[in-house]
Design a protein around this ligand. Structure first.
Ligand code: FMN
Length: 319
């Protein structure tokens, strides 16, 4: 199926794999690209040297286009330049006004894909020069800036007839969901949580199994896991850390149950404490279940681990 998205970005299917720190590494992004979707490689949390390495590893696995994911609220010009030097032309920016990064993107002839949570942010991104908008509804897993429901946001943006591509995100998990958002006027569907359980994702197996076991209603948008990233609402599975924190009155830092405990531990002994925003990834040990298990409201319909190619084939089966 051709849409404005497939034509604009030169990919086969209107399916995007969301940028996900700690989940989407070169294997997943390349597998999505090779299967005809657009993969997004997060580089906002690494050094320019590591970003170059991640991009090169992805390029070694695919000759198809993919995007990199950066934060709008952080100074990321060096990362943009590094990615551009490595041949990247698609830049997905999230968390706020992307305008300060636009000169660096334009300088390399790149295109901006801006993640937005409301109409005001959409207008700001278009003003900055965005080619595409990811309309992220409040149903989304991970950090969620806006409060609008996905379908309302997509409908609102589609009605504006902006000269940009609209990508719907948040709580999508099935082929019916994908067909539905396209019928509302989206040009593509972005999925995050569904790709957390892809075989190629680097999410920890305990985390993947928690998503597969979760039912509708198992997620919450909260401020519980704010270590390293305060004042940033996020949607996670309600796990033991969340339940105990919630029962104790949702206290802030310094007053939270079990606050000092290291719960994610790397083989080299470095660790992250309870309430850290860190995603549990393969190779970590400790209380994986008690860490930030980011997940969107579509979890109830995610029932098995599959390859990225199988996921994309299934998601596009009703288009
Ligand atoms: C584990 C996880 C990590 C995420 N990390 C990022 C990130 O680093 N950058 C970003 O732009 N969005 C991030 N997100 C949000 C996704 O890009 C996307 O908007 C969201 O997953 C869509 O909702 P869904 O999970 O219900 O499909 C993350 C989401 C998850 C589930």
């Amino acid at each position: 199926m051709q849409t404005k998205f497939t034509e604009t970005f030169g990919v086969r299917f209107p399916i995007v794999q969301g940028g996900m720190g700690g989940v989407a590494g070169p294997d997943l992004v390349a597998a999505v690209a090779n299967a005809g979707g657009l993969g997004i490689l997060p580089i906002w949390l690494v050094s320019p040297e590591n970003a170059r390495e991640l991009i090169k590893r992805t390029q070694a696995l695919t000759n198809k286009p993919f995007a990199v994911n950066l934060r709008s609220d952080l100074e990321q010009v060096r990362l943009i330049e590094t990615a551009a030097e490595a041949g990247i032309t698609l830049f997905n920016l999230f968390w706020g006004d992307p305008s300060s990064s636009m000169p660096a993107i334009e300088a390399c002839g790149g295109r901006l894909i801006a993640t937005v949570g409301d109409l005001g942010a959409a207008k700001q991104a278009i003003e900055a020069g965005a080619s595409a908008l990811i309309a992220q509804g409040v149903e989304a897993g991970g950090h969620v800036l806006g409060e609008a429901l996905r379908d309302q946001l997509v409908t609102e943006l589609a009605a504006e007839n902006f000269d940009v591509t609209i990508i719907a995100a948040g709580g999508l998990a099935t082929a019916d969901h994908v067909a539905h958002v396209i019928s509302l006027g989206a040009d593509a569907a972005l999925l995050g949580t569904r790709f957390v359980v892809a075989r190629e994702s680097i999410a920890h197996p305990v985390y993947k199994n928690a998503i597969i076991a979760a039912e509708a209603g198992s997620t919450v948008r909260t401020s519980c896991f704010d270590g390293m990233w305060p004042n940033a609402p996020h949607r996670v599975l309600k796990n033991s850390t969340y339940e105990v924190w919630d029962a104790a009155g949702c206290q802030s830092e310094g007053l939270r149950p079990g606050e000092g405990n290291s719960i994610l531990i790397y083989p080299d002994g470095s660790s992250f404490p309870r309430y850290s925003a860190m995603t549990p990834r393969v190779g970590m040990q400790g209380e994986i279940e008690a860490s930030a298990l980011y997940a969107g409201m579509g979890v109830g319909e995610i029932v098995e681990q599959q390859t990225a190619a199988e996921i994309i084939a299934e998601l596009t089966s009703k288009l």
